[in-house]
Design a binder for this molecule. Structure first.
Ligand code: SF4
Ligand code: SF4
Length: 389
């Protein structure tokens, strides 16, 4: 029996715990245990005014038709009821979802009506580049109780070099204006920082800016895809990423905030509670593209598992054996006996597959995780002891 078989045999003993430990979070999906939430991404448009170098979408310039949006929400509610999820989380994504803003408001009104009818709890978030935000939109988002997640990868050139407009101009000034406008309206956005080899050396600057405004934020690592692979400088060189992240942590140490640091400082790692899966893909996660095709992950929309209309998309997602396989950390070689396995869960399964052609292996970012996790725990200890004193 090979070493891999041995790991797999041990892992199977634990595999019955999968559903109980399915997680929820951040891609938006860092793991947690006992998820009660069914998450659904709605790609309400493929259009975007930016051309980020790491984007995984081909941009065919099409909006989601309203009837597809209604069918996606109906199917999500049906799956939630069939599989006993009391809560639904809708993520309005694109492209740039603000380019199809009227559809966000229409669909979320409908989702509120339908979930109320069935006694489900609803939360919603808009994943935006913020360049098109205006006061009217912010008022509507607030009226609908929608949250905002905004991408900001640096200040000045550090952001612009990986998130520019289609004409090549930088977007950072508009993004910062959008963030400040949201704050002025009392809508506190969460900031998503995509960490790549290109912006790693400048992370401390953007973190200082964010901490000064007391905004929630998270670091997400760049994930190579077929459209981005020609940009060699985006790749996650271990030394460069670790140095950049540690410099950012130094700034955090000097400005410890009231928020816990355990779930946001390392991509895909949740140090707040033990879990077996690094994300909900394949268990509590639906991704609808603008044509109504349903995939397991937003980065695998080119491999749909089903298409609307369909009664229970979650059942098909769970049964699929051909696309991404989200294995338990106990099924991943190297991870099985790692001291961080309960918190890291082995990283993004797509990253592992892209690097090795296998799912039952540790993350290609393993060295980075092992360098950063102890630092995050140290920071959290400092933060909590400061709070107590
Ligand atoms: S740190 Fe590495 S070996 Fe440990 S669980 Fe994470 S990916 Fe696996
Ligand atoms: S497979 Fe990777 S990219 Fe997809 S949801 Fe999971 S962590 Fe995110």
């Amino acid at each position: 029996m090979s070493r891999g078989d041995d790991y797999t045999r041990v892992a199977r003993l634990f595999s019955h715990t999968r559903r109980n430990f399915s997680n929820e979070g951040q891609c938006a999906c860092a793991g947690s245990s006992m998820s009660k939430t069914l998450s659904a991404w709605l790609h309400i448009t493929d259009k975007c005014n930016l051309r980020c170098d790491y984007c995984y979408l081909p941009h065919v310039h099409a909006n989601m038709p309203v009837e597809i949006g209604y069918a996606a929400i109906q199917a999500t509610v049906r799956s939630a009821l069939i599989h006993h999820y009391p809560q639904i989380k809708l993520k309005y994504a694109g492209g740039e979802p603000l380019l199809n803003f009227s559809l966000i408001t229409e669909l979320h009104c409908y989702a509120q009506y339908l979930t109320k009818q069935h006694g489900l709890t609803l939360e919603g978030v808009v994943l935006s580049n913020a360049t098109l935000l205006n006061s009217e939109m912010l008022a509507q988002l607030q009226a609908l109780d929608l949250r905002l997640m905004i991408s900001l990868d640096g200040l000045g050139i550090a952001h612009d070099q990986q998130r520019s407009y289609a004409n090549g101009c930088g977007s950072v000034d508009k993004v910062i204006h959008g963030i400040e406008l949201a704050m002025a309206h009392g809508l506190v956005p969460a900031i998503s920082i995509t960490v790549s080899g290109r912006n790693a050396a400048h992370l401390s600057e953007v973190v200082a800016w964010i901490l000064k405004r007391d905004l929630p934020f998270s670091f997400n690592f760049y994930r190579e895809n077929d459209l981005s692979s020609s940009f060699d400088d985006l790749k996650l060189e271990e030394d460069k990423i670790i140095a950049g992240m540690l410099a950012a942590y130094k700034v955090i140490e000097e400005n410890l905030s009231k928020r816990s640091l355990l779930t946001s400082l390392v991509d895909r790692v949740n140090l707040a509670e033990p879990h077996l899966y690094s994300c909900n893909t394949g268990s509590a996660y639906l991704v609808f593209d603008h044509q109504g095709q349903i995939s397991k992950c937003q980065m695998q929309m080119d491999k749909p598992v089903a298409v609307l209309p369909i009664k229970d998309p979650l059942a098909l997602i769970r049964a699929d054996q051909t696309g991404i396989q989200n294995l338990s950390v106990l099924e991943k070689e190297e991870c099985c006996f790692c001291e961080w396995k309960d918190w890291c869960a082995g990283g993004c399964p797509l990253d592992a597959y892209r690097a090795t052609g296998r799912y039952n292996v540790h993350s290609p970012n393993c060295v980075i995780y092992k360098a950063l996790c102890p630092e995050v725990i140290r920071l959290e200890k400092l933060r909590t002891s400061q709070k107590l004193s």
